[in-house]
Design a binder for this molecule. Structure first.
Ligand code: ADE
Length: 255
């Protein structure tokens, strides 16, 4: 079993690389792919860069060049569901491209030719990520970072939820976009810039995948400030979740 782990930020990938044994590097298309093992499972970590095109190119390289058996994307997202707070974690159970609109030729949000709007990730990988995320917030987060420090981000009782993650090539920072997504994409939980692109590529190549996102901001006018501030702690979350994920029982039932 070989797992590709894609990160959204430099800090996250470097922290993951500290968990790896036999870390060797290959540079393809300007991206550094780190090959090694975590808990005796083969892994390849890589920084995708930002946006759907960058994520698609990275995912395709992991599949065709490195022949990974599964892909996990870890990063941050803006909340769309008003019950989510900064520091909560969303595990994908559906992914949609919220900026895809080939109407009237095809229905809004539908992927042309493929004929689908929603891409469903692997339930088994998602369940393992959920367990890992729950373990992290219950047992590790408040030991790694103090309660006082976390309260500066408004983090007191973080939670883990499953839900729809929407992606598009824009950093969402206004209420109008939030309202459009809430009204038009049923049950959208959070917004980011890569997950649904990874999902489409994995779907087309028939590779199991999942996405885990930590809420860094509320996708409204406060989001640029909150997002930048949250980057200080996002890497703790990602490292902790992936570390626990890799400690779980393998091989996964990846379908
Ligand atoms: N990633 C984190 N916050 C985001 C936002 N508000 N919009 C898009 N991607 C994000």
């Amino acid at each position: 079993m070989k797992i590709g782990i894609i990160g959204a930020m430099e800090e996250e990938i470097s922290q993951l690389n500290d968990l790896m044994k036999k870390n060797t590097q290959q540079i393809i298309a300007g991206r550094i792919f780190h090959e090694g093992t975590i808990n005796n499972i083969e892994v390849i970590t890589v920084l995708a860069r930002i946006g759907k095109v960058a994520a698609s190119a990275t995912t395709t390289t992991l599949i065709l060049h490195f022949q990974v058996d599964a892909i996990i994307f870890t990063g941050v997202a803006g909340a769309i569901d008003s019950s989510l707070n900064i520091g909560d974690i969303v595990i994908s159970d559906n992914l949609v491209q919220h900026d895809l609109d080939a109407s009237p030729i095809f229905p809004k949000y539908q992927i042309p030719i493929l004929g689908i709007t929603n891409i469903l990730p692997s339930k088994d990988i998602g369940d393992h990520l959920y367990t890992a995320a729950q373990h992290y917030i219950s047992n590790k987060l408040f030991f790694e970072l103090t309660k006082e420090f976390l309260s500066e981000f408004g983090i007191a009782k973080p939670k883990v939820v499953y839900g729809t993650i929407v992606s598009g090539d824009q950093f969402v920072k206004n209420e109008i976009t939030i309202e459009r997504i809430r009204n038009e994409i049923h049950k959208a939980k959070c917004v980011e810039m890569e997950g649904a692109a990874v999902a489409q590529v994995c779907h087309e190549f028939n590779i199991p995948f999942s996405v885990v996102r930590i809420i860094s901001d509320k996708a409204d006018h406060t989001s640029p400030v909150d997002f930048s501030k949250f980057l200080q702690i996002a890497s703790y979350y990602s490292r902790g979740i992936i570390k626990n994920f890799m400690q779980q029982k393998f091989p996964l039932n990846t379908q």
